[in-house]
Design a binder for this molecule. Structure first.
Ligand code: HMG
Ligand code: MG
Length: 328
């Protein structure tokens, strides 16, 4: 009998989460080059950008231009057919509302006209387990965000896109403090009810410890291996404030989670999770997740040398060192 090595799926969110909170405005060309290097490193998914209001997140006001540059690159290099929505490498983007989805679909249409079959094969919507955070981040209650998303999910599915549903503040909220796993589960159930294909749990302020991750995952047992449909059912999105995120990845892998988000060089942070004098923490470094998964014996498609190269490039884009930890 052959032994199948379980695989771990990696999404690099640095072009979006990594750069949305930077004080320097990174040019679209730099973001597109970062995405190119991440695709070359064979991560399963690159979260390319966010079709968000530029009034809310000026750093990502160039979403359409970034898509155009990546699509031109793919068309020129024969990479015009990316992986499908579950097998990478593939690209995704965030949309907070119907206007964002319209702009995302327009970017895909423009790419198709340039010869790229499906540039973005997934849209990610985002809500929270904390009412205060939902209000600050989306100017809406949790229930209102879900009302916004329901028709977006239908529309996205109608054109063959997959939908990821993010829940922020799954461990703690910068404004409300600790958040219970039961509260997170309520938001997860609502997202599943409106038809999202996968759940992504965001520890927005990097408060998780192995024991709080264990309690959280206990509530999600049906979404993780061996019960889960596949490794995309549940993703963990950690920020690394206290250097505990690596331990949390180990714990989550041991408990059956097979999909993680990271950001090369540990860049990142949600602007609406910052407090005065306390900027939002960076994402866990993708390099750290990959090295942990491989050391624990999981299969992972990522080329680590190429990933390091992408990380070095990401550091030059921001002109400073990483906020998160880049090495175990
Ligand atoms: P609002 O102010 O209530 O929206 O914000 P509105 O509908 O009243 O529109 C205000 C203006 O924005 C209008 O323009 C709209 O046209 C425009 P005006 O008439 O004033 O000229 N607008 C848009 N423009 C472009 N694209 C759009 C769009 N929508 C409206 N999509 C809104 C509501 C949802 C728009 C706002 O709250 C928003 O953009 N929030 C997003 C904030 C954000 O992106 N946060 C970071 C991502 S989430 C995150 O980082 C967490 C995560 O990493 C997981 C974790 O770590 O926990 C995912
Ligand atoms: Mg985040």
């Amino acid at each position: 009998m052959t032994h199948v090595v379980p695989r771990v799926r990696i999404t690099d969110v640095s072009p979006r989460d990594g750069l949305q909170n930077e004080s320097v405005m990174v040019p679209a060309e730099g973001k597109a080059e970062l995405a190119r290097l991440l695709l070359a490193a064979n991560v399963d998914e690159v979260e390319l950008t966010s079709f968000v209001s530029p009034k809310w997140v000026p750093q990502l006001g160039d979403a359409a231009r970034v898509c155009e540059l990546v699509s031109d690159h793919l068309a020129q290099t024969g990479g015009a057919r990316l992986g499908d929505a579950t097998r990478g490498p593939m690209l995704s983007a965030l949309a907070p509302n119907a206007a964002g989805l319209t702009n995302l679909l327009a970017a895909n249409e423009a790419a198709r006209a340039a010869g790229v079959h499906t540039l973005l094969s997934k849209v990610s919507v985002f809500t929270a387990a904390s009412e205060s955070f939902a209000q600050r981040n989306t100017n809406a209650s949790i229930a209102q965000t879900l009302e916004r998303f329901a028709p977006m999910v239908q529309q996205a599915h109608g054109v063959g896109l997959r939908v990821r549903g993010y829940v922020s503040c799954v461990i703690a909220c910068p404004f409300e403090g600790a958040i219970s796993p039961a509260k997170v589960r309520r938001a997860v159930d609502e997202l599943l009810r409106i038809g999202v294909d996968e759940i992504d749990l965001g520890d927005t302020i990097g408060a998780a410890t192995p024991s709080t991750i264990r309690a959280l995952l206990h509530e999600m047992h049906d979404l993780i291996a061996p019960q889960a449909r596949d490794e995309t059912a549940l993703t963990l999105h950690l920020h690394d404030t206290f250097g505990q995120a690596g331990e949390c990845v180990r714990e989550a892998l041991a408990l059956g989670v097979r999909s993680f988000d990271g950001s090369v060089a540990g860049l990142g942070g949600c602007p609406y999770a910052s407090l005065p004098g306390k900027p939002a923490p960076g994402n866990i470094a993708t390099e750290l997740i990959v090295s942990i998964a491989k050391a624990m014996g999981f299969a992972c498609s990522v080329d680590e040398a190429r990933l390091r190269h992408a990380a070095e490039f990401a550091r030059t884009l921001t002109g400073r060192g990483p906020m998160g930890r880049a090495h175990p």
